[in-house]
Design a protein around this ligand. Structure first.
Ligand code: NAD
Ligand code: LMR
Length: 353
């Protein structure tokens, strides 16, 4: 009868409104540039990670082999690989919620990261255009150098497409943090270097990298004569690897470790884990708390410890007032260099060469 029908309908509505126990949509993580020196070990770490349900690999070469190889690993992530043919980029990106970009050429001895701009700017622009078209809500993690400029490029491409969400765009500067943790161990003798938290702010090249050893937790005592060389080593750690590889590229394995460490934190934060704070290079005016930092530094893109959450970069922590006098000086040199790098990236999108 009518009453029974109404009860059934009400129950059906209640049922449909009940939160689902498990999200039935598999979450898709994508690596663009997956067959490269960073891309392969990074894809390996993601494939092995129990937080990854689905992994998609894209590169202009060699993804079939890399994908076949990784697919034999008995972890839960389902893996697929694509080349540009047959709409490969679209297929790789559709449905993605996290996209990591290590695509682009690396340095050789004697080169600066800015020397990579000519080639990598266009690569990043085109890949981010693909993200804007196929998965505009994905979190974008940019590894490709020069990070100081490629992140502004990514932002401008997303802006032009009307899809920019500053909370979802991250320049990956974790390798600088990892290096600071590792190099200070020579002084502290700490058994597990990753237990010392050292904020690194600014950008990702030479003097734009500002490690803040005065804010290390737990506190570290660095003899005065050892501080300047330690800071320099973090700022120019990339050169050490470039020189040692003698023309065969730059850091790949330590970068894959660092990129995975950051991606895993992002995934955990997306899943609702609280209290995750990581330095990352963001568009400050678009992140809560970032405006004040942008005013103080005079730059819109900057790496600071950022609180991560389900919507991405939820708060930029302003620690500038805590810097000691030496770090304040380093910050001046940093922002000077950073300004030009940022302008170059923004200009590239609006006035392509
Ligand atoms: P690599 O040459 O070994 O690998 C790059 C990969 O990108 C290659 O497989 C190449 O085929 C691919 N690629 C090129 N154009 C592409 C496109 N349009 N679409 C998809 N894939 C494309 O280089 P690598 O050592 O892996 O370094 C990659 C980048 O990461 C470099 O720019 C390097 O400077 C940078 N990097 C950044 C950091 C950091 O801390 N952010 C650290 C190390 C390296
Ligand atoms: C690094 O810091 O190792 C990377 O940015 C690669 C490079 O060019 O040094």
């Amino acid at each position: 009868d009518l009453r029974q029908e109404a009860v059934a309908r009400a129950s059906a509505i209640r049922q449909s409104q009940r939160p689902k126990k498990e999200d039935p949509e598999p979450k898709l993580r994508v690596v663009l540039g997956a067959a490269g020196g960073i891309g392969q070990p990074l894809s390996l770490l993601l494939k092995a990670c129990p937080l990854v349900d689905e992994l998609s690999l894209f590169d202009v070469v060699n993804t079939p082999g890399v994908t076949a190889d990784l697919s034999h690993i008995s972890s839960i992530a389902k893996i697929t690989g694509y080349l540009p043919a047959d709409d490969g980029m679209k297929k790789a990106l559709t449905g993605a919620d996290v996209v990591v970009i290590p695509a682009g050429i690396p340095r050789k001895p004697g080169m600066t990261r800015d020397d990579l701009f000519k080639i990598n700017a266009g690569i990043v622009r085109d890949l981010v255009q693909g993200i804007a078209e196929n998965c505009p809500k994905a979190f974008i993690l940019v590894i490709s150098n020069p990070v100081n400029s490629t992140v502004p490029i990514a932002a401008e491409v997303m802006k032009e497409a009307g899809k920019f969400d500053p909370k979802r765009l991250f320049g990956v500067t974790t390798l600088d943090v990892v290096r600071a943790e590792t190099f200070v161990q020579d002084i502290t003798g700490e058994k597990d270097p990753s237990k010392t938290v050292i904020p690194v702010i600014g950008g990702h090249s030479g003097e734009t990298i500002v490690p803040l050893f005065s804010l290390a937790k737990p506190k570290v005592n660095i003899p005065a004569d050892k501080l300047a060389p330690l800071i320099k080593r973090v700022q120019f750690g990339g050169d050490e690897v470039v020189e040692a590889k003698g023309g065969a590229g730059s850091a790949t394995l330590s970068m894959a470790y660092a990129g995975f460490r950051f991606a895993e934190k992002i995934i955990k934060a997306m899943k609702g884990e609280k209290g995750i704070v990581e330095p990352t290079y963001v568009y400050l005016p678009g992140v809560t708390g970032g405006d004040a930092i942008a005013k103080e530094t005079g730059v819109d893109y900057f790496s600071v410890p950022v609180e991560l959450g389900p919507s991405g970069a939820e708060k930029a922590n302003n620690i500038l007032s805590e810097l000691d006098d030496n770090e304040k000086k380093l910050l001046e040199a940093c922002t000077k260099g950073l300004k030009g790098n940022i302008e170059k990236g923004v200009d590239f999108v609006h006035n392509p060469p």
